[in-house]
Design a protein around this ligand. Structure first.
Ligand code: PEP
Ligand code: MG
Length: 553
């Protein structure tokens, strides 16, 4: 028995035979060409073929795995349109008189290296996307079909780096799990595996090279391990766990129509955290009452520069229109600290988490802020919008935000552009300063959402990115729970609602306190929703109040 450790990218357990895919076809050589114009046209034609195929993959994925998964092929379509990418291919053909295959391959490598050099997980995962579309263009230039992976019975598919286009073309009835040498949590192949509910382990590194085609293995998509040639005892243990997980899944699915309330009838809104419009669909599949946190900064990561008003408007509109009856809380740009966009280089700071970030940037750069506010207001007519501002520390920040908002509204009115007058405006409570003046802030806004991730790091003076001090940051400690209670009291005295959107909102162990304190909304990863709902339905509010008070006294 051998255990290969990698990254857990899609939960679940699968047991079976490994089918190792061979490396992609050889890299094209630099063949000389005579007719530059004809060669450029050949590439343009191949790109058209790929565009058509992407449309087919989009439809296929939409039907099999929903919109979030299908959106991957929209992104590929956008990459295909990218001016720099296309220009760079044409320039190379012109400059070096080389064939299209070589120009596409070299350009793809250069763009992929650029993404990898950012050091950002999300951007690094885009490198695989560039490789995927470049590979597809080369295949089209060679006159071939992008080949679906041949499957020979239900197997664990293993590849160096699974491409999204390969992943969706696999016959799902023949795939037990995915194993890859490269990739991370944000790789599109990982996102697809999660959407399809197929267990996956990525980033096996050198361990992958030792893996034999045809080996018998257990894939532990929750622990991120591949157990090759397991002994009988291990196999029995994993088979039992797989059965338990399947039973648990069935039990949770049965809860999907049930109300989110305690056994004695006190309801709590259970909402979802998302980073892209497509994820709203997954959230509603897990029965979310709404979107409690749309981290809009993720829209700013896939672009060459700050996304324009139209791009943002479309993304917000799409999310709101998916279900206009559900409240969607969109948080304005929270760039900085651990979230950097390559085109907006913030000069080196000693303490970025306490530095130039979030609302501080927006108030400093009203041009960027106004573009986002215009897009949000315009989108508001398509659903039930709430806008939330991050990293608030003072009343004056809120006043300055509303002054800018007033200008944006006046401009839109002057231009005759409609927006809803029912938008709620709220703030995140994620700094100790905001907690201490929550009573004053509550008079200025329509709601609070407590960001326990940052509130915990600032309260314990323990960097959330530093594993050495992670254990200090405990959202279940009396220090944080007392803060949450004080904030909720301030909100309710001023007749506004209060939610929690940090990771701790999805922690069933803390639910008893949140019920006792009277939190109105909990917003969490879509995958935690049903588990939290199940636990909520076992609680009794009077009990919670008693137990929580004893803990916090
Ligand atoms: C938080 O700080 O709890 C929060 C939800 O915001 P983020 O994790 O995006 O900083
Ligand atoms: Mg935060």
């Amino acid at each position: 028995m051998r255990i290969l450790q990698g990254l857990a990218t899609s939960p679940g357990i699968a047991v079976g035979t490994v089918a190792k895919l061979t490396a992609r076809s050889s890299a094209p050589g630099a063949l000389r060409i005579e007719d530059v114009a004809a060669e450029k046209q050949r590439v343009a034609d191949a790109i058209e073929i790929v565009r058509f195929r992407l449309g087919q993959l989009y439809e296929k994925t939409l039907a099999a795995a929903g919109e979030e998964a299908a959106a991957i092929f929209d992104i590929h379509g956008m990459m295909l349109e990218d001016e720099d990418y296309r220009q760079s291919i044409d320039d190379m053909i012109e400059r070096e008189s080389v064939c299209g295959e070589y120009a596409v391959c070299e350009t793809g490598k250069r763009f992929s290296a650029m993404f990898l050099a950012t050091g950002d997980d999300y951007m690094m995962a885009r490198a695989a996307d560039v490789d995927d579309i470049s590979g597809q263009i080369i295949t089209a230039l060679r006159g071939g079909e992008s080949s679906p992976v041949p499957a020979r019975g239900p197997v664990l598919i293993a590849a160096e780096d699974l491409l999204p286009s390969q992943t969706v073309q696999l016959d799902k009835s023949l795939v037990l799990g995915f194993i890859s040498k490269l990739g991370n949590l944000n790789s599109h192949a990982s996102i697809l595996a999660r959407s399809l509910g197929i267990p996956a382990v990525a980033a096996l590194g050198d361990g992958y090279d030792m893996l034999q085609d045809g080996a018998f293995a257990i894939l532990d998509g929750s622990g991120g391990a591949l157990i090759v040639d397991p002994d009988a005892e291990t196999l029995a243990k994993y088979r039992a766990t797989a059965e338990r997980l399947a039973a648990e899944n069935a039990r949770l699915q049965a809860l999907s129509g049930a109300r989110a309330e305690t056994a004695d009838g006190f309801s709590v809104e259970l909402a979802a955290n998302i980073g892209h419009p497509g994820e709203a669909e997954t959230a509603y599949r897990f029965n979310a009452d709404g979107i409690g946190l749309f981290r809009s900064e993720f829209l700013y990561f896939g672009t060459d520069g700050f996304p324009d008003e139209e791009f943002q408007y479309e993304a917000y509109k799409k999310t709101l229109a998916l279900d206009p009856t559900k409240r969607v809380v969109i948080r304005t740009l929270d760039l900085g600290a651990d979230k950097q966009a390559p085109y907006f280089q913030i000069p080196h700071e000693e303490n970025p988490a306490m530095g130039y970030r979030a609302i501080r940037i927006c108030l400093d750069r009203p041009d960027i802020f106004k573009t986002q506010l215009r897009a949000l207001l315009r989108a508001s007519v398509h659903g039930r919008l709430a806008v939330m501002f991050p990293m608030i520390t003072s009343e004056s920040e809120v006043q300055r935000i509303f002054a800018i908002l007033g200008q944006v509204k006046a401009d839109l009115r002057a231009e005759g552009i409609p927006f809803s007058d029912a938008i709620e405006f709220g703030i995140m409570i994620e700094t100790p300063a905001a907690v201490m003046i929550a009573d004053r802030l509550a008079r200025l806004v329509d709601f609070f959402s407590i960001g326990t991730n940052d509130l915990t790091q600032y309260t314990f003076a323990a960097d959330r990115m530093n594993p050495k001090v992670n254990a200090l940051s405990d959202p279940g400690s009396p220090a944080i729970l007392r803060m949450i209670r004080a904030v909720a009291d301030a909100a309710h005295k001023n007749h506004i609602w209060v939610g929690i959107c940090g990771e701790s909102a999805g922690d069933p162990d803390l639910l008893m306190h949140y019920v006792a304190i009277g939190i109105d909304e909990l917003s969490m990863s879509p995958h935690s929703l049903l588990r939290v709902k199940e636990h909520l339905r076992t609680l009794n509010k009077a009990d919670c109040i008693q137990k929580s008070a004893a803990f916090l006294q």
